[in-house]
Ligand binder design. Structure first.
Ligand code: HEC
Length: 374
């Protein structure tokens, strides 16, 4: 990881509401449906529900309330400084001029790739270490229902996604459907990626297409019935997934909306850090409040601004630094999947994107939820 000067962020306006507002049917009503019986037994804990979730609206409202007292944008030592707003303006101008619009599709695609955490679940680091062929799949993603193997997303024409059209790729990312029309297991976080813009999806594909093609057959999943039965996923989606872009929050300025967009649609922080309901959807009443059963059985900590059980005592510069280096304010380093998504993803983002994500995190409602044993 690249070293960086610590504590030098100068932008930190409260960013965004916690989650986009939902428009789904009430969850209880849905559970009563035909699929409820089987699906209640489907807590895929490596899944994220749709951005447009039935319980998201109240959360968004809470978040708006919480957004007001969130930390100020000034760098350390300058809080309350009358010149803070000037610094903020400079920072905003810098974000505007960061060249997103002028960049080539490949450059933009690299940036979105970094924002996803580098698609690191598609590289088998735990099995093959640093020798693992990048993005060629085969990583075992363990769940209580069996083992799902990630797929080859290199441009190899036989074993990867080299034959996919942009439409195929877009449908996979936005709707969770394979080119052949099969449902993907929500181990693949399409409920988050559905919020990506068409342009970002196209740029991401351009970037993936530019990487070396690696020939490597996909492994069949090792899950047991009914968890291996794809048609049931239609029911899971009905309960837990509403495809569609995350609309901008009109209350926020463009830079703030970017932080929210990056965190929700691309970086899929909620995928790991939000606990699940009985049907395997995200429990949005505990948005980012930590999960004992994160991917690969890892505990994902509470990252809401709660003082006791979350990261209320982390400053925005602490967060920006963490997302670049994996170093926590107390000097601890990071393990497991979080270390991977930082190293292969978030660390490679332009700093203003990490700042935007950090400010968004500070704006979500603080939720007391102890997931750590201590
Ligand atoms: C693939 C799963 C995954 C994703 C995606 C993910 N995290 Fe994490 N995160 C973890 C795990 C697991 C840990 C615990 C790491 C450890 O114990 O060292 C963690 C730790 C953290 C911590 C340290 C908290 C503490 O109290 O020590 C922060 C902060 C954090 N993540 C923020 C984020 C943000 C912000 C995002 C999105 C931009 C994100 N994470 C995306 C899995 C994930």
């Amino acid at each position: 990881m690249r070293p960086a000067a610590r504590g030098d962020t100068d932008r930190g306006r409260a960013i965004g509401s916690a989650a986009p507002s939902g428009h789904g049917i009430g969850l209880a009503g849905r559970i009563g449906g035909v699929f409820g019986f089987v699906l209640a037994a489907l807590p895929f804990f490596v899944v994220e529900t749709s951005a447009a979730d039935p319980v998201a609206a109240p959360i968004a409202a809470q978040a708006e309330a919480a957004a007001a007292p969130a930390p100020v944008a000034a760098p350390r030592g300058l809080r309350g400084d009358p010149q803070a707003h000037v610094l903020e303006e400079i920072a905003r101008a810098r974000t505007r001029s960061s060249g997103i619009d002028r960049a080539t599709p490949l450059e933009r695609g690299r940036r979105i790739f970094a924002a996803t955490g580098g698609c690191t679940c598609h590289t088998d680091f735990p099995g093959e270490g640093s020798e693992a062929p990048a993005l060629a799949g085969g990583r075992a993603l363990e769940t209580p229902f069996g083992i799902y193997y990630s797929t080859n997303i290199t441009p190899d024409r036989e074993t990867g996604i080299g034959r996919w059209s942009l439409e195929d790729f877009t449908r996979a990312m936005r709707e969770g459907l394979s080119p052949g029309g099969e449902h993907y297991f929500p181990v693949f976080p399409y409920p988050a990626f559905t919020g990506l813009s068409d342009g970002d999806v196209a740029d991401l594909k351009a970037y993936l297409d530019s990487l070396p093609a690696i020939r490597r057959e996909n492994r069949p999943h090792d899950a047991h019935l009914p968890y291996s039965f794809r048609p049931l996923l239609a029911g899971w989606k009905w309960l837990n997934f509403t495809p569609g872009r995350i609309p901008d929050d009109p209350a926020l300025d463009p830079a703030s909306n970017r932080g929210r967009y990056l965190a929700l649609a691309a970086a899929h922080c909620g995928e790991c850090h939000t606990p699940r309901t009985a049907t395997g959807g995200l429990d949005r009443s505990k948005w980012l409040a930590g999960s004992r059963e994160g991917p690969e059985g890892e505990l994902a900590p509470n990252i809401t601004p709660d003082e006791k059980t979350g990261i209320g005592d982390w400053s925005i510069p602490d967060l920006v630094w963490y997302l670049e280096t994996g170093l926590k304010p107390d000097g601890d380093d990071t393990q497991g999947l979080m270390a991977e998504v930082i190293r292969h993803g978030y660390a490679n983002l332009p700093r203003e994107d990490r700042e935007a994500i950090a400010a968004y995190l500070k704006s979500v409602p603080a939720i007391e939820n102890r997931v750590r044993g201590d």
